[in-house]
Design a protein around this ligand. Sequence first.
Ligand code: ADP
Ligand code: ZN
Length: 529
Amino acid sequence: TSTAPVSEGGEAAEVLHRVFGYDAFRGSQQEVVDHVIGGGDALVLMPTGGGKSLCYQIPALVRPGVGVVVSPLIALMQDQVDALRALGVRAGFLNSSQSLDERRLVEAEFLAGELDLLYLAPERLRVEATVRLLQRGKISLFAIDEAHCVAQWGHDFRPDYLALSALREYWPEVPRIALTATATAATHAEISSRLGLEGARHFVASFDRPNIQYRIAPKDEPRKQLLQLLRTEHPGEAGIVYCLSRASVDKIAAYLVDHGVEALPYHAGLDQRVRAENQSRFLREDGLVMVATIAFGMGIDKPDVRFVAHLDLPKSVEGYYQETGRAGRDGLPSTAWLAYGFQDVVQQRKMIETSEGDQAHRRRLAAHVDAMLALCETVECRRVQLLAYFGQKSDPCGNCDTCLTPPQSWDGTVAAQKFLSTVVRLQRERGQKFGATQITDILMGRKTAKVIQFDHDALSVFGVGADLTEAEWRSVARQLLAQRLIAVEGEYGTLVLTEDSGEVLGGRREVALRRDPEKAVRAAKAAKA
Ligand code: ADP
Ligand code: ZN
């Protein structure tokens, strides 16, 4: 049934104009479309907003039969199908949200060949009856959207996706196209092998999103920092603010509303109706700020999101890139801003420690967080680092914080030694463990109530760190933690040494630290005053 792609080139372009109303294909769309129309399998890696949908929608319209799209985005299927129908495309979906009658209707349309596209939730394919239904109709292609969900090593694993390996066995002659916006080399390889796509042609678009300005700032009253960002750079503009927990989503949304920002909350703990309502308001109205957990955003296509802010450290670079990628799909200048601090590292490491799964799984999670931390603490171009993470080489971009205000690295060996030896002394001489705040107060020689209560001003290290500011000590502590030169223990976040601390204390290892640029400026000003 496969036709030479050359003769179909015209038809694909015709569908692009007539059905979708676009003038030209973007990037590698044309190549992918031609390849799939010709009956080939494809693995497509394209950044969010790159235009993945057309890569399977057009072949589905050109090839005879129904294009079956597997997607985990159940909540969006109705919207996607409505949008296609508005263009005159015969689309339908099958998922658990439907009544039996609705499902029967779609099944009948499918069997009668009255559909161009059928969207399916992956768990449907675990049901015998669905497989039998599909076998009775004519299928033009299988599209596997958000294909990274099949990767156990990735950050978004869905067990139902594993069943998709059967597609090749049941329908060896039907082309399959897997698509994702998030794939490191490892995830990429895993998608290939789990879906049996080793023979597929791989299309890897550039992951660069040049219109997004990446910025990562040390946390210092994050709510005020956020408000400042919104007021000075994005007043009245649409954006997404990501928080780790539902509780902080509610708090931040209320805070923004109190301060005159039109903000809505979104997390899995909210009533289904409220969630749907907030999502559709965000999509349809102008200038709303969505405060959300990462439950929000996958598949959301709003072109004019001007900023994505993270108030907590994302769990992986892949997740961070996918979330920030929701900004600026229209190609206009947009901001990706992240604030992170000591407590974020503590929280992430604690979550990993208490997470379910075996040792290997925890090591994997820890490696994801470490890569994220390396991105935060880099003195090099953020974009160069990000793209390198996805296996792509690039030059410094001129549009990220480290390019715009280059941070310096400084020799933090002595500072690290002072910090670590304070931890050691407390433990050896007093049998005590404390958190970063108390260590900082001791180093800076502050006679706080707690310092006096524990007689810490009598320690020989008391005041030996008066040469650095509090912000600088906070940065030292954060980076020591990120570099695993200290560790936190227990629920109070008390500090303990690690296997590597001894090398620093013994002078056998140097510690390079990043100087936070804004802080450096402020500290210099304070010194002059
Ligand atoms: P992805 O799934 O890769 O995130 P989409 O398929 O949702 O991206 O496309 C992102 C946006 O770009 C959509 O609004 C889509 O209509 C638009 N788009 C895609 N391809 C083209 C094209 N060739 N010309 C113009 N707009 C396009
Ligand atoms: Zn840069």
